[in-house]
Design a protein around this ligand. Sequence first.
Ligand code: ZN
Length: 252
Amino acid sequence: METGRILAFGAHAADPFLAAGGTLAKHSLRGDQVVIVCLTYGERSHAFRLWEEKAAGKSSATVSDIKNMKKEEAKKAAEIIGADVKFLDFEECPLVIGRTELKQMVEVVREVRPTAVLTHWIRDWVNPDHAIAGESTLRACQYSGLLGFETTAALHEMPPFKVENIFHYTITPMRLAPEIGFIPDCYIDIENTIDKKIAALREFKTQSRPNLDIQVFEKHISYYAGYRCHALYAETFKRNWSPPQAIQYLDH
Ligand SMILES: [Zn+2]
């Protein structure tokens, strides 16, 4: 079987680990290449503990310091689940993705040539930057296949690549979120990798909350998803698009 190449985009460093850490670890164990792309570090919106400490005068960490901390957290988390991680360091709050940023995203797609792409759900307006990241990923995947979309790399060095499989995720609890139209149609059994996922999430200390035990929280969510698909623990995804298929009869 050909080795897979899984490319996961996240608006903020922790997002792909939260939504898909068990699935990414599972692919890594299968021998697939797994690449996580952090569009931003989440230094302003996903560093709750540090900003509370700064507001209370208990920390003098600068934004640059917070970025570095989150970068180290993501690198350690990626190592635990067996993934490579790239940081594009876009501005966040708001996350604005124009032509320059899209070119960088297309270059990553053309470089990795993924057999599957993961990204945010495009209507995940609970955090609008998540929705922007999801929509921008769809654009990057589309433009990646176009000869006419040029990046800074020469086309013969980084030729176009057509993405066949795109899956959306949400980190909005409970990962089955009808309020944003996220009704998953794919469930991945993560019984064998949930411990790796939780170990990876524990690395994100900058965004820990005093009243939230990440192990209890994530196990509950994964258990609930698993219950729906007869697995002990599962993660939820929504396929972006499936090509229409002609079938001969309704039951075959
Ligand atoms: Zn996020």
